[in-house]
Design a protein. Structure first.
Lengths: 61, 468
């Protein structure tokens, strides 16, 4: 899930263009979402506290 | 009152008979049958020739051994004394054993009873082998288990999900996401223990790959939405679950940190932390390689508007072949319970199909078809984009925002098949019931009609996410 690219897709019917995150999960598996959704998730799930050795595991970080 | 297992413990009746020689006014000693006259004062009856005498007026009996008659006997009179013995019941229980209305007498061992004070209004009496009385009062949980897929029946994304260190967090089993503090897998496993865990088929296994040296926290979490949380605000709850460890589980002391985390935000996923985060229920059970049930109780703040069940393993060193923990039967009940008294695990959705529907409120994957299975009708809106509409089997929590896919192609009549689509995005024409999706491929002709289908692969899929 670390291979991420951003693509602009224009809806031919509305002619609106939006940027999407295209995540290559490997083995021909992909996930797409609006870049704004991806950015919001990234902002939340890369907090250092979850990826470092905790000092207060009881508190659940 | 009394209780007894020997109802024959009644008073004895002793009968004395004396034949008069004439003139006697005092009878004592040995009767005509050789029995020594004795009685309990006031518990005797005296008859002469079958007629019951009146105490005091006809006789007095004041020493337990002598009957003094007011009128002398005549020769040949037959005097009979009926004497009742003392009544004793060795197993009598004092009425004072119970103190209040509704108290119960319960056994604590063979031939031993004690008082069980009446329970709170609405509580029910349940068997409890860990209680000295063998039973205890419990508050019946009248709400469904809010933890969807707590028995890990549903794995729409696949039954083994690879975890890559420091990658984006992602959902694994339906409704449960895993952090990425390690390289490994989250997979469905059979519980395989008909003795300690006979009624739940599957569990989730959070495993570090052999040789992995990443020791950051491995968290396995299911966030519950606000609408699910509100009914539990201000209430005492018990969270119960089953867990076990692999032979090489590498946390300190084989511990597994558990928290019920609450927040005051709305429908957050707790990838990072909740707004107003609190930890009303927590524990650190020590795991063994055998299934154990654990239960922890606490009170949720009245201000809580979201909650998550959170498991966390802090591994050490290099992973061995079986560095994992298994968990299943995750449940939240109103009231206070122990691991023994907690209600049996029940699916949030009731039935297997109900549980799947509950999961599909958050994520739906069209999958598990034949190699050429059709997903939805589609038509080309340009040379590279085809529009398609997928009717969702369950109304989703929100309009889906995420699409995932693999090995999907566009096909038009005449078996004209494109290559695999390279992108699939939700459009603004989607609703909670219908996903409008534009797929990107090549070789299309504007206005071309057809359908999306699996491209010669049984592992193809098209999924829609409306997760927290």
């Amino acid at each position: 899930m670390s291979n991420v690219s951003f693509i602009d897709i224009t809806d031919p019917l509305t002619t609106l263009t939006e940027t999407y995150a295209l995540i290559d999960n490997g083995n021909g598996q992909f996930t797409t979402m609006a870049k704004s959704v991806y950015d919001a998730q990234q902002a939340a799930n890369t907090l250092p506290s979850e990826l470092s050795t905790p000092t207060t595991p009881q508190a659940g970080e | 009152m009394s209780i007894s297992n020997a109802n024959t413990s009644a008073a004895n009746i002793n009968r004395f008979q004396y034949t008069a020689t004439g003139g006697e006014t005092s009878i004592s000693g040995v009767d005509s049958n050789g029995a020594t006259i004795s009685y309990i004062i006031g518990k005797e009856q005296v008859f002469v020739n079958g007629v019951l005498l009146e105490r005091t007026a006809d006789y007095t009996a004041t020493d337990g051994a002598t009957i003094a008659l007011s009128n002398a006997l005549v020769a040949g009179d037959i005097l009979e004394i009926i004497a009742f013995s003392a009544f004793t019941v060795s197993t009598a229980v004092s009425a004072a054993t119970v103190a209040n209305k509704g108290d119960l007498l319960v056994g604590t061992s063979a031939a031993t009873v004690t008082n069980l004070p009446v329970g709170a209004d609405g509580s029910t009496l349940v068997a409890n082998s860990s209680a000295s009385t063998g039973v205890s009062w419990a508050t019946p949980s009248t709400m469904a288990n809010p933890v969807i897929n707590g028995g890990f029946d549903n794995w729409q994304r696949g039954t083994s999900i690879a975890i890559t260190y420091n990658a984006t967090f992602g959902y694994t089993a339906d409704r449960f996401w895993s952090s990425t503090g390690f390289n490994g897998t989250v997979s469905r496993q059979a519980t395989g223990d008909t003795t300690n865990l006979p009624n739940i088929q599957y569990c989730a296994r959070v495993q570090r790959n052999t040789g992995d040296t990443n020791t950051a926290a491995a968290t396995f979490v299911t966030p519950l939405e606000t609408a699910t949380t509100i009914p539990f605000a201000g209430k005492t709850v018990t969270v119960s679950f089953y867990a076990r460890a692999g032979a090489n589980y590498s946390t300190s002391g084989n511990g597994l940190s558990f928290n019920l985390i609450t927040g005051t935000g709305t429908d957050q996923n707790r990838f990072g932390s909740y707004t107003g985060e609190a930890y009303p229920v927590s524990g650190t059970p020590t795991l063994t390689t055998t299934w154990q049930r654990f239960a922890y109780t606490g009170t949720i703040a009245s201000t809580a508007t979201e909650m998550a069940v959170y498991f966390r393993a802090d591994r050490t060193g290099t992973a061995g072949a079986n560095d994992y923990f298994d968990v299943t039967g995750v449940q939240i009940d109103l009231g206070t319970y122990t691991a023994t008294t907690a209600p049996a695990f029940r699916r949030s959705g009731g039935t297997l199909q109900g549980e799947l529907a509950a999961c599909q409120r958050y994520y739906y994957r069209e999958a598990n078809g034949s190699a050429n299975a059709i997903v939805a009708t589609a038509y080309a809106t340009s040379g590279t984009i085809a529009a398609s509409y997928v009717y969702l089997p369950v109304q989703m929590r929100a309009v889906p925002t995420v699409v995932d896919f693999s090995t999907i192609a566009f096909e038009s009549p005449g078996n004209i098949l494109t290559g695999n689509i390279t992108a699939a995005v939700i459009t603004d024409k989607s609703s909670v019931n219908v996903a409008s999706v534009n797929v990107t491929t090549s070789g299309l002709t504007t206005g071309q009609t057809g359908w999306l289908r699996y491209n010669n692969s049984t592992s193809a899929y098209l999924g829609f996410g409306a997760e927290l």
